[in-house]
Ligand binder design. Structure first.
Ligand code: ZN
Length: 249
């Protein structure tokens, strides 16, 4: 298991140690590298959509109002873990794991609040510019960069989706790791808030539409012709029926 440092243990962390690389925590490799919790969390495969929440923001208790109800177990410990103030040496593996789980959830909930602040929007804008959230799969959107969006602000209801500002539609993330992330960690307002604050990054709307064709003919035109033929046939049949009835009368 990866060992992290807490602030009491290291007041002047060696930056190379802090940024020590570890590719994938799920591989379970034993490692002596130490690093801060948030750095460690952000480097886990599948967490690429998250930005780094400023420590000042987390430490301001006002910003966390109400979150203790969302994390009923180990809230204080989870918060200490996120801010590297938890003495993990004293914990059993089982308890540490539970706190870890609570810490991830708490970080997600704080993240949702942070990304709609001026500072959070700026951080997410940088990621959008690098297309960290992927690109629109729609051909006529021409590789438009996407933004994460939640379909609900209530945790544990809907997974995260990707919003394309060009076609104004939403898509499922390609990777199963991303597709499993809670949408409430980004929220329903985030991408729209981003373009409100940074309107120059709003791409032009896509008016280009794909036209289905069969042998070069627009299907719409063919369908129109078929409908006209059906109508004409029906009118002809009705007329024949009328004439028959008149003859019998
Ligand atoms: Zn699109």
């Amino acid at each position: 298991m990866l060992k992290r440092i807490s602030k009491q243990q290291s007041k002047h962390p060696n930056s190379s140690t802090k940024r020590a690389k570890m590719d994938d925590m799920s591989s379970g490799t034993e490692s002596d590298y130490a690093k801060y919790w948030i750095d460690w969390f952000l480097e886990i495969k599948g967490n690429e959509y998250f930005c780094e929440v400023d420590e000042d923001y987390i430490l301001d208790r006002f910003n966390l109002t109400g979150l203790s109800q969302e994390v009923p177990q180990f809230y204080a410990e989870a918060l200490d873990m996120i801010t590297d103030n938890l003495d993990e040496e004293a914990l059993t593996d089982k308890v540490r794991e539970q706190i870890e789980k609570a810490a991830r959830h708490l970080y997600g909930l704080i993240h949702a609040r942070f990304v709609i602040t001026t500072r959070g929007l700026a951080k997410m804008l940088d990621k959008y510019k690098k297309a960290d959230f992927g690109r629109c799969p729609r051909v006529l959107c021409h590789q438009q960069a996407l933004l994460p969006v939640g379909l609900s602000d209530i945790p544990l209801t809907k997974t995260v989706k990707l919003y394309c500002p060009r076609c104004e539609d939403i898509y499922n993330p390609k990777s199963s790791r991303h597709a499993a992330i809670d949408g409430a960690y980004f929220g329903t307002s985030f991408p729209h808030m981003l373009f409100q604050v940074h309107p120059s990054y709003m791409p032009p709307k896509s008016f280009e539409r794909y036209e289905p064709r069969i042998f070069g003919f627009k299907i719409h035109a063919i369908a129109e012709q078929h409908r006209w033929q059906d109508r004409a046939r029906q009118e002809f049949n009705d007329k024949l029926k009328d004439d028959d009835e008149k003859d019998q009368a």
